[in-house]
Design a protein around this ligand. Sequence first.
Ligand code: PAP
Length: 324
Amino acid sequence: MTTSKNTLSKLLADTKFSHECEELLSCLPKDKGFFAEYLYQYQGFWYPPNILEGVLYSQKHFQAKDSDIILVSSPKSGTTWLKALVFALIHRHEFQNPQESHPLLDNNPHTLVPFIEGFQFHNQDASPSIFSTHIPLVSLPESVKDSSCKVVYCCRNPKDAFVSLWHFVKSLVLEEMVGCTMEEMVSGFCRGSSVYGPFWDHALEYWKESRENPEKVMFVMYEEMREQPKDWVLRIAEFLGCSLTEEEIEKGVLEDIIKLCSLENLSKLKVNEKGKLVNGMETKAFFRKGEIGGWTDTLTPSLAEEIDKTTEQKLIGSDFRFFC
Ligand code: PAP
């Protein structure tokens, strides 16, 4: 706990920003943050400065290839799971006995599928390459929009995503967070000033894009995947052009992938129980309960209502609905 706190505080405090980022920060709207002292609003969405630096860098330098796969989500909406599933799907022919030998047994999914705003996209030789991001649609690097790469967006209901974020931040015990109550954090989340927020706009933009451009963007819900993982993994495989054959299904390949990537399995692996990412984050922070509707044990009825009211307002005029 102490190591994590020190490493992260140091990481945030020591970040040196580019001249471009420093200049931009000086003129962007800012609001009180909980990851860093301030969040900054850029192209309609809110970021801590170190993440904004990564967004600007990826906008400038990330070159998507037609064969690339980009996994997108708001924070705490199923990113780690989706990364594991898609990695296992794409590489399934290389590992015949995945319960015994597989990169996911020795590497956290975030190591195998890097975030493009994490400055880690230079080794793009593999085909397809799998990347991930929390960047909203409006701010994606142009090459993602212009190429034929595929985008899979994972969405989660706002109360569970918020609660997951709350526990994540708490488990990392960021010094910057001291003094931020849950009431303040819900208030920030609801007015949109949350990391990569507004949460609702993020989901709605990708949902709309998935309707208008279904060959390019697939929209999946964490809760639906939890309830029917087999169906959704098959659909994702089809969307990505790597459908499972009847023979593979008969041989149990689908079950193997789901078992390998399950919360139960991944969370017990040494690399995820005791490991750290390159930025110092403890990997165990990415695995908790994975429940649908688990927010009830953390949110008071009035805080839940505050989030529900925001959801109601944000969805006026849209036929999109979150799960539960
Ligand atoms: P990130 O955005 O920081 O990468 P992300 O993986 O999207 O985090 O979200 C973490 C949530 O996914 C946690 O939910 P909880 O806090 O409500 O429990 C975590 O438990 C859940 N999760 C992580 N891995 C899996 C998995 N393999 N299957 C299902 N859920 C998972």
